[in-house]
Design a protein around this ligand. Structure first.
Ligand code: ZN
Length: 268
């Protein structure tokens, strides 16, 4: 894969998300593609996801879901080729409000430490108005802007409306998930409902198997009614094979980096 975007070898990309599994759901294919192109991918996860659902109580024998989800995240990161995983212990469910300035300072410190050539985080809509995701978007946006002339390019990952609906419908029609299945109780049409249009897309169809494998590492989140639990590669290629990004409108001296994998947005 070294021939894929040679300009990425040796570059560093920092991804900032809220919970274990966000990285795989939002842009697992792009992270794997970056890693394969020789980029160092660093993931900052603001919480351990300790208030999430549990598909099977036997997976969390000591009741410490956050501990198990942190392990799941490290397994997913290994599948995606992520070099470093930084898991902070901010309170799941309260990321927008609790210790917001500390989180922002940690993001700034992480950027100073790793000097990324680009930063990826949620867009304003937090994929589906999840307040933790919106909080991480806000803190990351503020953190990057605070660096002024040293700010790396910032990219917001979005999901077009209809993608998750297509996954749900495919999972139900193939008998992989029961009628009425949803993503963690969230209606599929919430995903991308308020997303602004992307400025470029990344074709990750050859990386979809890795994205699925990474998603499946998050075992506590893969109950039988989760449409991701059993979808096959063909459906995943069709529904999840294109990842969408928008470059944040920040003046920065940093060169474009994620655009090296990007393709212009065609009418869709
Ligand atoms: Zn999340």
């Amino acid at each position: 894969m070294a021939a894929d975007a040679p300009g990425l070898a040796g570059r560093t990309i920092l991804a900032v998300f809220a919970h274990p599994d966000d990285e795989s759901v939002a842009c697992g294919g792009t992270l794997a593609r970056l890693a394969d192109a020789g980029a160092r991918v660093v993931l900052l996860c603001a919480s351990r996801g300790e208030r999430g659902s549990t598909s099977d109580p036997s997976l969390v024998s000591d009741g410490d879901l956050g501990r198990v989800r942190a392990q799941e995240l490290r397994a997913a990161a290994a599948v995606l080729g992520i070099s470093e995983v930084l898991i902070f212990d901010h309170p799941d469910g309260d990321l927008r409000w609790a210790h917001a300035l500390e989180l922002e300072a940690e993001i700034v410190a992480t950027i100073r430490r790793y000097r990324p050539d680009g930063v990826i985080t949620f867009a304003e809509d937090g994929l589906y108005w999840h307040l933790d995701h919106i909080g991480v978007h806000e803190r990351t946006d503020d953190a990057v802007r605070s660096l002024e002339a040293d700010a790396p390019p910032l990219y917001f990952v979005t999901m077009p409306k209809g993608v998750m609906r297509a996954v749900v419908e495919a999972a139900i029609s193939n008998g992989w998930a029961p009628e009425g299945s949803s993503f963690w109780g969230i209606t599929a049409d919430a995903f991308g409902a308020a997303a602004k249009p992307p400025t470029f897309v990344v074709d990750v169809r050859p990386w979809v198997a890795r994205k699925l494998a990474a998603l499946h590492c998050h075992r506590t989140q893969m109950s039988a009614s989760n449409p991701f639990a059993r979808i096959d590669e063909t459906v995943a290629r069709r529904c999840l094979g294109i990842e969408h990004f928008r470059r944040a409108p920040i003046d920065t001296s940093g060169e474009s980096v994620l655009e090296l994998l990007g393709e212009p947005v065609t009418s869709r």
